[in-house]
Design a protein around this ligand. Structure first.
Ligand code: NAD
Length: 260
């Protein structure tokens, strides 16, 4: 039990990577708050964790809504008496070449990733500083925090931006015992990625198999997808690390797609 009695809030945790982390955190003894857009999806995810013996609550939260984020963090603290781990995981993708990209779609991607991460960070730091027992903030970056791909300009820019936020939090949080790190996964087969396969096939005029083989997994060392378990294991490790030595770091988990 590497996270026994820790209290964690994870955004975008009703499905995909966020849910996998929530499940693994509950197995390691943490209490987990599942924050997501839809009340029903969040409640279902939290119920699933409770059915398997974990402790979980659901929070309805649009991470781009300042009030909703502040209220969500407060609800966790009111229910469980604190907050030890916050994970800014909620994310969206938008596929378009830059010359055809609507300003609105640029702004939407920026808002979910960057505004969302900032709002969660601020609400969590306020709570962690006041409680005086330190904490761990984790961002869900991507290999796209380090590399660019065509058709994904807003996502690439937002994920690069998260690196900067993570490092700024590491500097400011240190005096309060708050660590900050960023996970940078390669492709993981979640709904977010499943949706991109036909979109990219259409945009590039190639088959879906070719998208997977020649685009998504092309630069990995073994042509393998990164798994939900791989990312969840790293998220446990980062949260459970016992000292402030590990802060301000980005860890790439991508089958060697990006080596740093
Ligand atoms: P997903 O689409 O399966 O899940 C994303 C979740 O975020 C959904 O439950 C969705 O409802 C929620 N969400 C979206 N907008 C939100 C908002 N405004 N407020 C609250 N919740 C919101 O995606 P995923 O693949 O699990 O991605 C999770 C994170 O991992 C994202 O930040 C993504 O960029 C990142 N990531 C994914 C991959 C991958 O290959 N799947 C790789 C690297 C990084």
């Amino acid at each position: 039990m590497r996270l026994k009695n820790k209290i964690a809030l994870i955004t975008g945790a009703a499905r995909g990577i966020g849910f996998a982390i929530a499940e693994s955190y509950a197995r390691e003894g943490a209490k987990v708050a599942i924050a997501d857009l839809g009340a029903e999806a969040a409640a279902e995810a939290a119920g699933h964790i409770r059915d398997n013996g974990g402790e979980a609550m659901a929070i309805t939260m649009d991470v781009t809504d300042e009030q909703a984020v502040d209220q969500g963090v407060r609800a966790v603290v009111d229910a469980w008496g604190g907050l030890d781990i916050a994970i800014a995981n909620a994310g969206i993708q938008h596929i378009d070449p830059l010359d055809k990209l609507a300003f609105d779609n640029w702004r939407k991607v920026m808002a979910v990733h960057l505004d969302g991460a900032f709002l969660l960070t601020r609400a969590s730091l306020r709570q962690m500083y006041q409680a005086g027992r330190g904490g761990s903030i984790i961002y869900m970056g991507s290999v796209h925090s380090k590399e660019a791909s065509p058709l994904k300009a807003p996502y690439v820019a937002a994920k690069h931006g998260l690196l900067g936020l993570c490092r700024a939090v590491a500097k400011e949080g240190a005096n309060h015992g708050v660590r900050s790190n960023i996970i940078c996964p390669g492709f993981v087969r979640t709904p977010l990625v499943e949706k991109q396969i036909p979109e990219q096939a259409k945009e590039f005029g190639i088959s879906e198999e070719e998208v997977v083989r020649n685009i998504m997994l092309r630069n990995t060392v073994d042509q393998e997808f990164t798994t939900l378990d791989d990312v969840a294991e790293l998220a446990i490790h980062l949260a459970a690390f016992p000292t402030n030595a590990l802060t301000g770091q980005s860890v790439v988990v991508s089958h060697g797609w990006h080596m740093q």
